[in-house]
Design a binder for this molecule. Structure first.
Ligand code: DX5
Ligand code: ZN
Length: 213
């Protein structure tokens, strides 16, 4: 599956962007919320996302790069989000947060930064619907793919099998046709791509090319 990242879209014309997007082969829309604390950048917040949610026809895959994401479970739910991703590094009480996301009727995703080993998921894997591995340090689009992610994907697949988890594996950062192909071979289920899709001369075609991998 492909989840194009809104972060690379033309913010001055989101309505136009959603026109091609809604007709494209994209499966989800990836939404990067940043707070300037957990990551060194600020993107967009709920007042903007409310309008995006209204014009987007595909399920929303919300990636919260913020401290205390549990404070915003209701806001994400009110967007009608399909999936709420929280960072492992931002949640000392991760098991509780995953429960809150499920109680709100959403799928729960847990995200790991590049320096966080997949082994930290051992005791939570069976409770989550998706694991998002960051293949760049979060905060900015257009960064170079960290190759070590490929090993983490294979390791995560083993951990999920061993713990009986049905969680999907998603990877975010520096995804293009080449890294996308390597990731698919390593066993990834969902590819996030920002610049590769939204900054392409023909975004729908770029999305199609990733979908066809
Ligand atoms: C990075 C974000 C990514 C970003 C990916 O902090 O989480 O979703 O938009 O952008 P690309 O695909 O351009 O690396
Ligand atoms: Zn993201």
């Amino acid at each position: 599956m492909i989840s194009p990242s809104l972060l690379a879209a033309n913010f001055a014309n989101l309505e136009e962007e959603m026109k091609w997007f809604n007709q494209s082969s994209a499966d989800w829309l990836h939404i990067d919320v940043m707070d300037g604390v957990f990551v060194p950048n600020i993107s967009f917040g709920f007042p903007v996302l409310k309008h995006v949610a209204r014009i987007c026809k595909k399920p929303l895959d919300v990636h919260l790069m913020i401290v205390q994401p549990e404070k915003f479970v209701n806001e994400v739910k009110d967007l009608g989000a399909y999936l709420m991703n929280v960072h492992y590094e931002a949640c000392p009480h991760l098991h509780r947060v995953v429960g809150q996301i499920h109680e709100a009727g959403m799928k729960a995703g847990v995200t790991l930064n590049p320096a966080t080993p997949v082994s930290v998921l051992e005791d939570i894997a069976a409770d989550v619907d998706l694991v998002l591995l960051m293949s760049v340090n979060p905060g900015f689009g257009g960064q170079k793919f960290i190759t070590h992610t490929l090993e983490k994907v294979r390791e995560l697949r083993q951990l999920l099998d061993r713990t009986g988890s049905k969680a999907l594996i998603e990877v975010d950062g520096g995804v293009n046709l080449e890294t996308g192909r390597q990731l698919k071979e390593a066993g990834v289920d969902v590819l996030v791509a920002g610049n590769y899709i939204f900054r392409a001369p023909d975004p729908a075609k770029a999305c199609e090319a990733l979908s066809a991998l």
